[in-house]
Design a protein around this ligand. Structure first.
Ligand SMILES: Cc1cc2nc3c(=O)[nH]c(=O)nc-3n(C[C@H](O)[C@H](O)[C@H](O)COP(=O)(O)OP(=O)(O)OC[C@H]3O[C@@H](n4cnc5c(N)ncnc54)[C@H](O)[C@@H]3O)c2cc1C
Length: 400
């Protein structure tokens, strides 16, 4: 215990000395100003870059990854202390993205030494931003039907086909993709998991506008894209195993991002603050008893989720790979988030329905758009129906 207390004191001192003042108490700022790194990294302020660089130098952007791959080599307890101390100062993530949450953990599990050395270090330093090339127009829930074709020619694969719903493809440097390398076997047995540099000739992206008014998605096209065979993760035709492992990490990440509630993070104040603004208070309580009940329920649901997620995080830091239970967290976290967001809009009454124009505060417009964005929560990372199927089969052991 003395050691961990020493670690806490050292961590606190280091953060006090190195974290930019302007980013402290950052909890109320918009998540959009987080840094995702990459060749064309955007920083909300110059201090965001300073913060990413000092944390990368300290090797704390991926606290539990091994030191030899650019991580911090911290154990579970130390990583928890670091997170607590970062939280104490209200600092944002130094750099975030699918490199940390999806492809990184999978490379640690399945990558060869050279792949780990190359890609994990770049992720830790915020040099490369990743996107996910799984879904296709004919392969979403039925992901094993991917048709993007990979034909081997010497030491290269020639890739042709189309991915869809590729989040942030237009801002990403590399894509991890599922390709059909063998059309003559059972679907799951002919898929390869491959890494592709988006700057390779023949890769093109076109953004798709969404109901929320943003365009975070793209169609991603591959036309005779030549990719070295050495970019295959695990083995040729054995990508389905890697794909499923990555989905476990993805669902855990989606649950974590959306599940704990906390309108504060989005810059819109807490649910209680906003309920009090629109409903008023009587005798120190929210004036409307029905909404009061709903707000309390939503806060309890978020707290329940956070405690359960904390146990899951502790297991993950101890090296546990997420399995079918990640589907449970994904359903719970996203359903909570969707209900909460809808409650926010109902609480705001007519002020919750603004799209643009005068008569609405910026945070009210932000709320409407955020609510529309939550419609995707039950779809992204695999739909709720598919998660319930997984739980029925693999957790509850129910028959097909
Ligand atoms: C916000 C967002 C971000 C995304 N980002 C990415 C990304 O970065 N990369 C990427 O590759 N993909 C991404 N996706 C795509 C996502 O993974 C797919 O949309 C999802 O897997 C569903 O596939 P689909 O859209 O083809 O729907 P379909 O598979 O066509 O499903 C349509 C409906 O049928 C239901 N259904 C289908 N099969 C069954 C079944 N067996 N049992 C019961 N119900 C069933 C589904 O639940 C759904 O309601 C993203 C999606 C969203 C919304």
């Amino acid at each position: 215990m003395a050691d961990i207390e020493t670690f806490r004191q050292e961590t606190r001192s280091w953060l006090e000395a190195n974290a930019p003042e302007s980013l402290r108490d950052y909890g109320t700022a918009n998540l959009d100003s987080y840094t995702w790194g990459g060749r064309n990294a955007k920083f909300a302020t110059p201090d965001h870059k300073v913060w990413m660089d000092v944390m990368a130098e300290k090797q704390w952007t991926a606290p539990t990854w091994p030191v030899e791959y650019g991580g911090g080599g911290l154990d579970k307890q130390e990583a928890k202390v670091l997170a607590e101390e970062i939280g104490r100062l209200g600092l944002p993530a130094a750099v975030d993205g699918f490199g940390f949450t999806m492809i990184g953990p999978v490379l640690l599990q399945f990558g060869n030494e050279e792949q780990k050395q190359t890609h994990l270090r770049r992720i830790c330093r915020g040099e490369i931003r990743w996107c996910q090339g799984y879904s296709e127009p004919g392969a979403g829930s039925d992901l094993a039907s991917v048709q993007t074709k990979a034909v081997r020619e010497g030491e290269e694969f020639i890739i042709n086909g189309q991915k869809v719903w590729t989040s942030y493809a237009d801002h990403s440097d590399w894509i991890f993709a599922l390709v059909r390398s063998n059309p003559n076997v059972k679907n799951q047995e002919g898929i390869t998991f491959i890494l592709i540099d988006m700057a390779t000739e023949g890769v093109s992206v076109s953004p798709i506008p969404l109901i929320s008014g943003k365009s975070p998605f793209c169609e991603t096209h591959f036309e005779d894209v030549r990719v070295p065979v050495e970019n295959v993760i695990h083995k040729i035709d054995a990508g389905w195993t890697v794909a499923k492992a990555l989905l476990g990490h993805e669902r855990t990440m989606i649950a974590r991002v959306f599940g704990g509630g906390g309108g504060k993070k989005q810059g819109r104040g807490t649910l209680v603050e906003m309920a009090s603004k629109y409903l008023g208070e009587e005798d120190g309580k929210l004036a409307d008893p029905i909404f009061r009940h709903e707000v309390a329920q939503s806060e309890m649901d978020a707290a329940k989720f956070r405690y359960a997620a904390q146990r899951m995080n502790d297991k993950a830091k101890a090296g546990h790979q997420p399995g079918a239970e990640s589907s449970m967290f994904k359903v719970l976290g996203t359903e909570n988030n969707m209900r909460r967001s809808e409650l926010e809009v109902r609480l705001a009454g007519p002020q919750g329905l603004g799209w643009e124009g005068p008569g609405f505060e910026p945070e009210e417009l932000d709320r409407t758009r955020a609510w529309l964005r939550t419609r995707g929560n039950s779809i992204e990372g695999g739909t709720t129906e598919i998660q319930l199927n997984i739980l029925a089969k693999h957790v509850l052991g129910l028959p097909d």
